[in-house]
Write a new protein. Structure first.
Length: 195
C-alpha cells in the first residue's frame, strides 16, 4: 500500500501499529509513529489514512472510525488497473496492478482488490472484502460484506451469492452459492466448517 500510495502521488508521513515493539522503528524508510488507538480526533480529521490490514473486520472498523472522526480514506487505483467507466467504486478501496474490473461492477467501501484479479460484469462486491491475487470472479453474482477470497480462486458465473464473513480457500473453484460465516476449500469448493 505504501508503494501504491507513492505511485499515485501521496507522500507517506508515517505508520501506526498496535505493537509497542514497532513504535519508532523504520518501515521502508518511514518511522512507525505510534499506535493508531492513541490518536485523537484532531490528529485524524482532514488527514488521509490508508489501512493495510488483511483482516476484513478490523480494517472495516478502523476505516469507519477514521471517517466518523473526519479523516479521509482515499481510494487508490494502480495506473495499470483497467476499470470500466460504468463500474462503481466506493471509498477506501485499493485496486492493485493489472486488476480488470468489468462493466457495471460495484465495489463497496474498504475493499482490497489484489494484483491480476478479474471481476466480471454486473457483479457486486460488499464492504471490506479482500480478493487475493490472480482470482477470477464471474458475472452477475453478489459477494456480501467481509468475504475473503484466497489466492488463485475462481468463482464461476452462475453462482448467485457468496455469504458475508465467509472465506474461500486459495485455489478453490466455487460452483455453488456459499453460506455466510463459512470456510470453503477445494476443487470443486466444499464447506469444511463454520466460522
Amino acid at each position: 500500500m505504501y508503494e501504491l500510495a507513492e505511485i499515485l502521488g501521496y507522500r507517506v508521513k508515517g505508520f501506526y501499529d498496535e505493537d509497542d515493539k514497532k513504535i519508532d522503528t523504520m518501515v521502508m524508510g518511514v518511522r512507525v509513529l505510534d499506535k493508531f488507538s492513541n490518536l485523537k480526533k484532531d490528529e485524524i480529521s482532514q488527514k488521509n489514512f490508508i489501512v493495510a490490514i488483511g483482516n476484513n473486520k478490523i480494517r472495516q472498523t478502523i476505516m469507519e472510525k477514521i471517517n466518523k472522526l473526519g479523516g479521509i480514506t482515499p481510494t487508490l487505483i494502480h495506473p495499470t488497473a483497467t476499470i470500466s467507466p460504468s463500474a462503481e467504486i466506493g471509498k477506501g478501496v485499493y485496486i492493485q496492478a493489472n486488476a480488470y474490473i468489468w462493466t457495471k461492477v460495484k465495489i463497496d467501501d474498504y475493499c482490497i482488490i489484489s494484483p491480476n484479479v478479474v471481476i466480471c460484469h454486473h457483479t457486486s462486491i460488499g464492504k471490506a472484502c479482500l480478493i487475493s491475487n490472480v482470482s477470477g470472479i464471474g458475472a452477475s453474482l453478489k459477494i456480501e460484506d467481509r468475504v475473503f477470497v484466497g489466492m488463485g480462486s475462481t468463482i464461476v458465473t452462475g453462482v448467485k451469492v457468496i455469504g458475508q464473513d465467509s472465506i474461500i480457500g486459495a485455489g478453490a473453484v466455487v460452483l455453488n452459492d456459499v453460506d455466510e460465516k463459512s470456510v470453503y476449500v477445494g476443487v470443486p469448493a466444499k464447506k469444511i466448517r463454520d466460522i
